[in-house]
Write a protein that binds this ligand. Sequence first.
Ligand SMILES: [Zn+2]
Ligand SMILES: [Zn+2]
Ligand SMILES: [Zn+2]
Length: 366
Amino acid sequence: MTRQPGWASCPNCQGLHFAGHDFKGACPAGGQHSQEGTFGYEIDFDVPAEENVQHGWASCPNCKGLHFAEFKGTCPAGGQHSTEGSFAYALRFNVPPLPGSQPEWNACPKCQSLFFGPFRGKCPADGETHSGENSFNYVVPHSSRLQFRLRGFRENQSTDDFLQGGDDEIFISATGLDSSSVRVGPDGKPVVNLITAQPVGDVSEDSVRGPWGANPHALIEFDLLQQGDFPRTYTTTLFVVEQDNGDLQQDFQELHQQVGGKMKAAVVGVAAGVGAGIGAAVGSAVPGIGTAVGGALGALAGAGYDGLISVIDEGLQDEIFTPIPITLTVDSPWRIRTQPDVDSLKAQKVREHDADYDIVYDWHVV
Ligand SMILES: [Zn+2]
Ligand SMILES: [Zn+2]
Ligand SMILES: [Zn+2]
């Protein structure tokens, strides 16, 4: 079985279609399909025979629509659907929806397309709405979470210079910011939500970092189904502390509070720049700020945190490293798995306080 990402639902016709090519397919509502507000759907092909799995589904090169190919149906591009070049797709039906899948998809007996049942959309067979008559309840998988995962930790040089070679006790935490979580607050001002990671460590111990090769440690997890527009930025700001008889809990508390405050201020500044809150409903996401949020947090990396960290450092006995923001920009949910930075192993250098570490990480979609 292979699972193919790149599928989207169209808000105009409610049809499930393949959006991975430049041409998005003819839409029964006119023009090409739209991918506005869609989840990143994923369809299986070459699936073994199994109960509650229906084979015989195909994609049409003219309308890009997923349709039941045993009957040819009606194609919005004219004539019947074509199965030319299609994989042999299969759908699960009448099963309880698992997390990461959406029920209530229907097959239309008029056009043979798969469409989202609760909304009827538009049918190319007669220009009316699709019909869900006698349809199974199809359950369609989609990506739902983005993880920032730790995959390894290398200690090239220790901070304890009298004891070269790895006696440091190093702990990592992080804070996560999803640009689509910036909402309009009750007073019309932007509200910023941060995600806090549980600290992990001592990451220089083999018993801690060793298992990450086979079982990566999901430090931060973002909800991909959150309402809001794209492009979006997901920023993980890494906190590194080398413990020297200090209080780790206090260290990370300070970092989360002080650095989090600075991050929030930067994002509120960006939101004010795009006119957030003007006429927007309370609780709605602030549109159009995705890449600007990532940029603002990235700009804090250097000088932005310098003064702040020396102040935090002075009051504590441990060595506090300058926070490191790492941003992933996602331009659309159906393209997320093909972005070059997803599922590719990266190493982040940490060079400060005479230390030289590599934090090995990846971005992963589930
Ligand atoms: Zn459409
Ligand atoms: Zn078609
Ligand atoms: Zn139809």
